[in-house]
Write a protein of this length. Structure first.
Length: 183
């Protein structure tokens, strides 16, 4: 199985949900929902101390709380998540379908490991519901989702359900040197 086929099989196991349905459920019970998407390099953010917008150019995860380098009018400032807000075009992703994982191992990766940050870094918007867990969607359209989202996520998730590429070596001489010496 190729990596593409493995990724397609993995994504095929996700639970697909119409984004509109989640929007309606969210509007009926706003307190149970929150957007969990983490800020990423390239995001436009509003930086409260300067009352201005800028772009995240670097993230330092070494401390307990991430620090974001933001370029505002050719000046770099360091911020934390407490004093920035990512600017989004809408409350939900542009693509009309959202997903939740179909496997508890993926849910564990999302909840207990660095899944939310990894998915955010790969262009997913992530939402959490108090009772139903995580949902995620792609804020884009008109390009190859596998190339830009699913395959990089498959790699970042550490999955290796595909056959590794085999390298064929071409040898100019026989390995055993022929039948010489045997009579």
């Amino acid at each position: 199985m190729t990596k593409q086929e493995a990724a397609e099989r993995w994504v095929g196991e996700f639970n697909a949900v119409p984004a509109r349905m989640l929007e309606v459920l969210r509007s009926a019970d706003m307190e149970s929902w929150r957007e969990a998407t983490m800020p990423c390099v390239g995001d436009t953010v509003y930086y409260y101390p300067a009352n201005d917008c800028g772009e995240i150019t670097h993230i330092d995860f070494e401390d307990e709380q991430a620090e974001y380098t933001i370029n505002i009018a050719d000046e770099k400032v360091i911020a934390t998540a407490d004093n920035i807000e990512v600017e989004r075009y809408s409350a939900f992703p542009a693509w009309g379908t959202m997903w939740s994982f179909g496997d508890p191992c993926d849910d564990h990766w999302m909840e207990e490991l660095d899944g939310v940050q990894v998915m955010s870094n790969h262009g997913f918007r992530v939402y959490e519901h108090d009772e139903f867990g995580y949902f995620f969607g792609i804020d884009g359209a008109g390009y190859n989702f596998y190339e830009h989202h699913w395959l990089p996520l498959y790699d970042a998730r550490g999955l290796e359900w595909h056959e590794q590429e085999r390298v064929l070596l071409h040898v100019n001489e026989p390995v055993f040197g022929g039948m010489g010496g045997m009579t």
